[in-house]
Design a protein around this ligand. Structure first.
Ligand code: HEC
Length: 287
């Protein structure tokens, strides 16, 4: 490539950099799209990262009111939501089984159970010890309701996909991007360039204002506060969902990071003490 002027050179460099960094997104399966992946600066990344629990509280609402009609959350028990370090922890209710949020969330679901006396299959309201129930009785029923595809469990989705937080976030936002020439979308499928191959059996689940966010939050100290609820834009709901699903995929992350930090501090102090005692023990020895 020969550049006649510096300006041309700079333009060329920008174009080259853009193609290297992949500003246009390849949807896999040889499909190219103009969709630009967003990479939000997630609060939980990095060695000191923490979940944004207030966002995760809103994310639960989006999950419950939107995604839960198709997707299960089978590795989460209701009581987990009220544990210390979980989105709905309340300082006044150390035991999550007493936490009113947790109790209400559980009671909001119907759980299939066996009657201890008769052995019959019965349905009862959920209790705090229950796990989130399956949405469909079996895979065949799930397929039948979803155009042949099974909605996967979301408990560990953020861990299950490469760069899962960005993936789930962008999967929500990428609906509606223009369908490239030559790509045919058959009925029951939807164009989504973030999905491998670009075609997905899930219709866009989010739309502007789909949920009414509550004007209440539980702050970092486990206390209830009245707040101005944010607008439920698609970006906001997707961000909140990712905070919630990142927590459900790795509920012990914050604990692990703080143990790691304490271990590091301990080792630094220990090394310092060892060094000082070494100096002292060998003080009178020439070397
Ligand atoms: C009407 C049912 C339905 C609703 C509601 C729904 N989904 Fe889905 N979802 C599906 C189906 C079906 C699939 C499987 C798609 C496929 O394999 O083509 C899927 C797949 C997914 C996947 C996996 C994509 C992949 O990489 O395989 C994620 C993540 C997801 N949904 C997130 C969500 C979230 C978050 C919500 C709520 C905002 C939601 N879904 C609401 C039906 C639904």
């Amino acid at each position: 490539m020969a550049f006649k002027t510096t300006k041309n050179f700079i333009l060329g460099a920008i174009v080259a950099a853009a193609s290297v960094t992949g500003i246009a997104y390849a949807a896999g399966g040889g499909v190219e799209s103009d969709y630009k992946m967003e990479h939000p600066d997630w609060s939980f990344n990095g060695p000191f990262g923490k979940y944004d629990m207030v966002a995760a509280q809103r994310g639960y609402k989006v999950y419950r009111e939107v995604c839960a009609s198709c997707h299960s959350l089978k590795y989460v028990a209701f009581r987990h939501l009220g544990d210390k370090g979980a989105p709905f922890y309340l300082a006044d209710f150390e035991n999550p089984n007493d936490n009113p949020y947790v109790k209400n969330f559980a009671a909001d679901w119907t759980i299939e159970d066996i009657d201890n006396e008769t052995g019959d299959v019965i349905e009862r309201p959920g209790i705090t010890a229950d796990y989130f129930p399956p949405i469909f009785p079996n895979d065949a029923a799930a397929r039948a309701s979803n155009g042949g595809a099974i909605p996967p469990d979301l408990s560990s989705m953020v861990k299950a996909r490469n760069n899962g937080a960005d993936y789930v976030y962008n999967l929500m936002l990428a609906y509606g991007s223009p369908i490239p020439k030559g790509v045919e979308i058959t009925p029951g499928l939807h164009w989504n360039p973030v999905m491998d191959g670009g075609k997905i059996a899930m219709a866009a689940p989010l739309s502007e204002g789909l949920v009414d966010y509550d004007p209440v939050e539980i702050n970092d100290h486990g206390e209830l506060k009245t707040i101005a609820a944010p607008e439920a834009t698609v970006e906001q709901m997707s961000h909140d969902l990712v905070q919630f699903l990142a927590w459900s995929a790795d509920p012990k992350m914050e604990q692990r990071k703080s143990v790691g930090l304490m271990t590091l501090i301990y080792l630094i102090i220990l090394s310092l003490l060892l060094f000082l005692s070494y100096k002292r023990v060998w003080r009178n020895v020439k070397h």
